[in-house]
Design a protein around this ligand. Structure first.
Ligand SMILES: Nc1ncnc2c1ncn2[C@@H]1O[C@H](COP(=O)(O)OP(=O)(O)OP(=O)(O)O)[C@@H](O)[C@H]1O
Ligand SMILES: O=C(O)c1ccc[n+]([C@@H]2O[C@H](COP(=O)([O-])O)[C@@H](O)[C@H]2O)c1
Length: 189
């Protein structure tokens, strides 16, 4: 599951857990982006902070792990590179890429869109406020899955912290403590 994870929240975690159970996945690898080029001019927190928050959030689940492959690659983050690297690391593994409904609907704007469908099966999950649909992936390369609806976004979490409002229970406790310790999001976006 790729994401900017700025910060990682319970919407991400519930979606990953639900997909893992439904598809009998051996492992869910969270892959924080290095340079999320489609976030445009938005200021994104340092990659090490996003990586560490993702580690904290997933540490208690033996099925979850976090990969540095995207944060350790220079330049804009393209999923085609992520999938190529994961495939090279585990050539026999069957790869699935989990995305929310919003991300899936944009997939044809990603670099090398067609080629990535050969490397992974895409799983689109429901997300409140977004319509989940197959934007036209090749036959058999996408599944649409309903997951418990959590109307949480990283943008909202950042804005709440900037306004001095709580993010307890929107993100894991350890992530709240990390945000406070590092004073992330205090100046807004
Ligand atoms: N509440 C949610 N329910 C289901 N999927 C989600 C949810 N939030 C994010 N996702 C999906 O998780 C992936 C990573 O999302 P990302 O890290 O960009 O979080 P975000 O909340 O969308 O962030 P931002 O508000 O900064 O755009 C994307 O595929 C996104 O669609
Ligand atoms: O490959 C691309 O061009 C591309 C463009 C936009 C997003 N993605 C990936 O989609 C995932 C979710 O992205 P985001 O921006 O919603 O956090 C993350 O793994 C990104 O690297 C990938």
């Amino acid at each position: 599951m790729g994401g900017t994870f700025d910060p990682v929240h319970h919407g991400h975690l519930v979606a990953a857990s639900e997909v893992a159970a439904r598809f009998h996945l051996d492992e869910v690898i969270f892959v924080p982006t290095g340079e999320p080029w489609q976030k445009g001019d938005k200021v994104v927190s340092p990659r090490e902070d996003r990586y560490l928050m993702t580690v904290i959030a997933t540490a208690s689940n033996p099925q979850f792990s976090v990969s540095r492959i995207d944060i350790d690659r220079d330049g804009p983050t393209y999923t085609i590179d992520t999938l190529r690297e994961l495939h090279a690391l585990e050539p026999d593994a069957e790869l699935f890429f989990i995305t929310g409904a919003d991300a899936l609907s944009q997939i044809f704007t990603w670099r090398g869109a067609e080629e990535q469908f050969a490397l992974a099966h895409f799983i689109g999950v429901t997300r409140p406020g977004h319509r989940l649909h197959d934007p036209g992936l090749p036959q058999g390369r996408v599944s649409l899955v309903e997951v418990p609806a959590l109307a949480i976004s990283s943008t909202d979490c950042r804005e709440r912290v900037a306004r001095g409002e709580p993010v307890w229970y929107l993100v894991p406790d350890g992530v709240v403590r990390y945000i406070n310790k590092r004073r992330l999001y205090r100046d807004g976006d």
